[in-house]
Ligand binder design. Structure first.
Ligand code: ATP
Length: 740
C-alpha cells in the first residue's frame, strides 16, 4: 500500500499547467461540486496520517475504510455524558491565594501608573502649554477648512480641467449649499466665543474662569501634540514576545531529526493537519500549541530535544516547555512557549511571605508553573523526595517545605542539615529537633531523634487504633485530631538534607534506613511526614524501600533516566516526564509529582536566608501564641551520651551473664529491651547483627528451647564467650592506648 502511495506523483501537474495557462480554458464553467471534491481529495493526499489509501496509478484512489467508518461520529447522549466539562470559574479565581495575588498585582500596577504620571504632572502641564498655540492654529485651520469646504477644491479643479461643465456645476452647487449652512452655524458659535472671551476678560478671576482657560489650553495642547511625541511618558515598558505560529512550530519540529517527522514531511505532509486546535494564548503568559505528531512519533522524542527545539524556534530555552499529553495518546504534544524565560524571570513572591499561616492538611503555595499559575503542595499524608545534581535548588526546596510546616503552629519540626552549611539554620528557633553537620556527634543526635520518632510512631498507631470510629473514621489523623493537644497527634515534619549520609553510615546506616522506611510507609497516616533531599539519587543513597513509597517527588535537573526514575518514580522517563531536559540554568525548576493527577513543572518560590529568618520569626510568634514551643526551640538539649557510650557489649554481657552460655538472638533482643527500653526498644535482628559486626562478633547456630512451644530448635544466636572476648579485647586496646 505504502509503495503505491509513494509511486503516485505528489505534484498535480495538470492543475499547475491550468494555472499557468489561464486562457486555455478560460471559458470553462467550473462545476463547484467537482471542484470541492478535487480539493478535498488533494488535501487527503497531502496527509499521510490518514493511512487509508490504496494508491493505484491507473485508477482513482480507493478508500479502504467504508463510508460509514469515515463519517464523523454523530452526536450522542453518551458522548455528551463523557464530555469534559470546563470549569465555570477559571482556575486562578478558584484559588484564593492566586486570586488575591492577581488582584494585588493589578492594584500594584494601577498604583504604580498613577504615581508615575502623578509625579510628572508639572512636566505634562508645561508640555501642554507649550503645544497649545500650535493646537490652536491647527483647530482654526481645520475649522476654516471645514467652513469653506476646502476639501472639495481638488475635485472642482479636476472637473474644470476636463471641462465637464455638468459635474462642475453640481459640485459648485453642493459647495454653496454646504458653505451657506456652515456659515449660519458659525455665526452664533463665533458670537458665543467672543462673548465668553469678553466675559473672561472683564470679570474678576474665578475658579470657573481659570478652569475654562485650563480646559481650553489642555484641549489646544492635546490637539497640538505631534504624532511621534506622545504627551505621557511610558510608565510600564512591556516586552511583547512574538506570537507563535503553526508554520513556525512545524518548521521547528522538522529540524529535530526525528525519523517519523522527517518521513512524513518527505512524503509531502505540510503539517497543516497537526494542530487539533488553534494555537492560543494561555494565562496571559505565553502560547500553547497542541500538536498531533505524525503517526509513530512520540511526544517524548520531542521533549528530549527541548534545547534543539528552542533553538529552532529561536526562543530562549527557559521559554520552551514541551510536554507529552499521554491522556490523549503518546503522540500528542503540548508545547507551551512562554513570553518570558522562566529561569531568568523575577521569581513571584511567596504569598505567605508577610502574612498567613498554613494548615498542613491543606495545600500551601510552593511555586509557579511555566504559565505563571500557582503550584501548591500538600504535605499531609505523604512523604517527599527531593533530588537533583548539586546546586540546582534542593536545599532551597526543602527549606521552603519546612517553612510551610513552620507556619502551621501545631506542627513539630525535625531538621537535619547533613551538608552542614547551615542552610536550615533559619528554622532552628522553631524546630523540635535540629542539627547541622555530619560528625559522629551529629549522627548520634540524629539517631536518638529518629529512635524517638520510631517510638512515637508506635504510640500514635496505638492511639489511632483505640480511638472510637466516629472520631477517626479512616484510621488516620484528621485536622481535628491533630488539633487536640491531649492526643499528641500534631503533624510532625522531618526534613533531611543530603540524606545519603545517614543511609551510608557504617554503624547506624541500617538503623536509619529501617526507621525511615517505616516512617515513609506508616508515618503519613499517623501524621508524620518525612522529606528527604539527596544529590545522589541511587539505590544506596535512597534505599528502594523509601523511594518506592514516597508520594510526593520533586526532581530538579538530573543527568540520566535512572536518577530521574529514582526520584520521580518508575517509568516516568519513559512516559515523557524527564527532568533530564532541564538545563543547568534552570535553578529551582523541577518536575513535581504526586500533587495533582499528573506531574507538573514548577519553579519553587525563591526564599533566601534573611527572608526565611523573617518568616520563621512570624512562625515562632504564632507558636508562642499557640503554646507550642517544644524541644530544641524551647532550649531542650539531647544527651547523646546514651548513644555515644558504647554500652552494647557491656549490656550483652549483663543479659547473657546468667543461665545458658548461648542464647537465641530474639531472646537477647527481648532481654536488651527489658534492660534499657529507651535505647533498645524496637531494635531488630539485623540491626543487632550489624552492630555486633563492628566488634567482630558473629551470630551462630544455637540450640535452644522455644519457651512458648517447649520444643527444641536450632536458630541464630549469640555466644557469651564471644562477648567476653570482645570486652577483653576492647579493654586491652583502650588500656594500650592509654599507656602509650
Ligand atoms: N526557586 C529558585 N529560583 C531561583 N534560584 C534558585 C531557586 N532555588 C534555588 N535557587 C538557586 O540555586 C542555588 C543552589 O540552591 P541549593 O543550595 O538549594 O542547591 P542544592 O541543590 O541544595 O545544592 P547542593 O547539592 O550543593 O546542596 C542557590 O544559590 C539559589 O540561588
Amino acid at each position: 500500500m505504502a509503495s503505491n502511495d509513494d509511486d503516485r506523483d505528489p505534484v498535480d501537474w495538470e492543475r499547475y499547467e491550468d494555472e499557468l495557462n489561464p486562457d486555455a480554458d478560460s471559458a470553462d464553467v467550473v462545476d463547484l461540486d467537482k471542484e470541492r471534491q478535487r480539493r478535498d481529495q488533494a488535501d487527503t493526499d497531502d496527509e499521510p496520517r490518514t493511512g487509508l489509501l490504496h494508491g493505484n496509478p491507473d485508477t482513482e484512489t480507493v478508500l479502504v475504510d467504508s463510508v460509514a467508518a469515515q463519517r464523523r461520529p454523530r452526536f450522542t447522549l453518551s458522548g455528551l455524558r463523557d464530555a469534559r466539562r470546563r470549569p465555570i470559574v477559571p482556575g486562578w479565581l478558584r484559588s484564593r491565594a492566586e486570586a488575591t495575588g492577581n488582584a494585588l498585582w493589578a492594584l500594584g500596577l494601577l498604583g504604580h501608573t498613577l504615581a508615575y504620571h502623578g509625579i510628572r504632572l508639572p512636566k505634562y502641564g508645561a508640555k501642554v502649554a507649550w503645544r497649545a498655540p500650535r493646537g490652536a492654529v491647527r483647530m482654526v485651520r481645520s475649522y476654516v477648512w471645514w467652513l469653506f469646504d476646502l476639501e472639495g477644491v481638488p475635485y472642482r479643479q479636476a472637473t474644470a480641467r476636463v471641462e465637464d461643465a455638468d459635474m462642475y456645476l453640481k459640485l459648485a452647487r453642493q459647495r454653496d449649499r454646504r458653505v451657506r449652512w456652515r456659515g449660519i452655524v458659525t455665526v452664533p458659535v463665533a458670537l458665543g466665543l467672543v462673548l465668553a472671551a469678553v466675559w473672561l476678560a472683564t470679570t474678576p478671576a474665578t475658579v470657573t474662569g481659570w478652569a475654562a482657560i485650563a480646559a481650553l489650553v489642555a484641549l489646544c495642547g492635546i490637539v497640538g501634540t505631534p504624532a511621534d511625541k506622545p504627551l505621557l511618558d511610558t510608565a510600564v515598558v512591556r516586552t511583547d514576545a512574538a506570537p507563535l505560529t503553526s508554520d513556525e512550530v512545524v518548521r521547528a519540529l522538522a529540524t529535530l531529526r526525528i525519523v517519523g517527522i522527517d518521513r512524513a514531511i518527505r512524503a509531502g505532509d505540510t503539517g497543516k493537519r497537526w494542530f487539533p486546535a488553534p494555537i492560543q494564548r494561555e494565562n496571559g503568559a505565553g502560547w500553547r500549541a497542541e500538536v498531533e505528531l505524525p503517526r509513530g512519533v512520540t511526544a517524548t522524542e520531542v521533549v528530549e530535544k527541548r534545547e534543539e527545539l528552542a533553538s529552532a524556534l529561536a526562543r530562549p530555552l527557559g521559554c520552551v516547555w514541551p510536554e507529552a499529553n499521554a491522556e490523549v495518546h503518546p503522540g500528542r504534544l503540548v508545547l507551551f512557549v512562554a513570553d518570558r524565560d522562566m529561569s531568568r524571570a523575577k521569581p513571584v513572591p511567596w504569598p505567605l511571605l508577610k502574612t498567613g499561616l498554613v494548615d498542613l492538611f491543606k495545600p500551601f503555595p510552593f511555586g509557579t508553573d511555566p504559565r505563571g499559575r500557582l503550584v501548591s503542595l500538600t504535605l499531609m499524608f505523604a512523604s517527599m523526595i527531593i533530588g537533583s545534581i548539586p546546586r540546582m535548588g534542593k536545599t532551597f526546596t526543602l527549606r521552603l517545605a519546612l517553612l510551610g510546616a513552620a507556619l502551621d503552629p501545631r506542627a513539630w519540626l525535625y531538621a537535619f542539615d547533613l551538608k552542614g552549611t547551615g542552610d536550615l539554620s533559619p528554622l532552628e528557633s522553631v524546630c523540635h529537633r535540629y542539627r547541622a553537620g555530619d560528625d559522629d556527634d551529629d549522627i548520634e543526635y540524629a539517631i536518638i531523634a529518629m529512635r524517638e520518632l520510631r517510638t512515637e510512631l508506635r504510640r500514635r498507631t496505638k492511639v489511632i487504633r483505640e480511638l472510637p470510629r466516629d472520631l477517626c473514621p479512616e484510621n488516620k489523623v484528621t485536622p481535628e485530631l491533630a488539633s487536640r493537644k491531649t492526643l499528641g497527634l500534631q503533624p510532625i515534619v522531618i526534613g533531611v538534607d543530603e540524606c545519603q549520609v545517614w543511609f551510608e553510615h557504617p554503624v547506624y546506616g541500617a538503623e536509619f534506613e529501617e526507621i525511615c522506611t517505616d516512617l515513609v510507609k506508616r508515618g503519613p497516616a499517623a501524621g508524620i511526614v518525612l522529606i528527604l533531599a539527596t544529590q545522589r539519587p541511587d539505590a544506596k543513597s535512597l534505599p528502594t524501600g523509601i523511594s518506592a513509597n514516597a508520594v510526593l517527588r520533586f526532581c530538579l535537573k538530573v543527568m540520566g533516566h535512572l536518577e530521574n526514575d529514582m526520584v520521580l518514580g518508575t517509568s516516568m522517563h519513559k512516559t515523557g516526564v524527564r527532568a533530564t531536559m532541564f538545563s543547568r540554568r534552570d535553578r529551582g525548576i523541577g518536575y513535581l509529582a504526586g500533587e495533582g493527577d499528573d506531574p507538573q513543572i514548577a519553579r519553587t518560590a525563591y526564599i533566601d536566608g534573611p527572608t526565611a529568618e523573617a518568616i520563621v520569626t512570624r512562625a515562632r510568634a504564632a507558636r508562642e501564641r499557640a503554646g507550642n514551643l517544644t524541644g530544641h526551640a524551647a532550649g531542650q538539649t539531647v544527651d547523646t551520651l546514651t548513644v555515644r557510650r558504647d554500652t552494647l557489649i557491656d549490656d550483652l554481657a549483663i543479659v547473657l551473664g546468667t543461665g545458658d552460655a548461648k542464647v537465641w538472638t530474639e531472646t537477647v533482643l527481648d532481654r536488651l529491651a527489658g534492660l534499657r527500653p529507651e535505647v533498645y526498644a524496637g531494635l531488630t535482628r539485623d540491626q543487632l547483627t550489624a552492630a555486633l559486626k563492628v566488634h567482630g562478633i558473629k551470630t551462630k547456630q544455637v540450640w535452644g528451647t522455644d519457651p512458648t512451644t517447649g520444643e527444641g530448635a536450632n536458630r541464630r544466636g549469640i555466644d557469651r564467650a564471644d562477648i567476653t572476648a570482645a570486652i577483653t579485647k576492647r579493654d586491652r586496646d583502650q588500656g594500650g592506648r592509654a599507656a602509650s
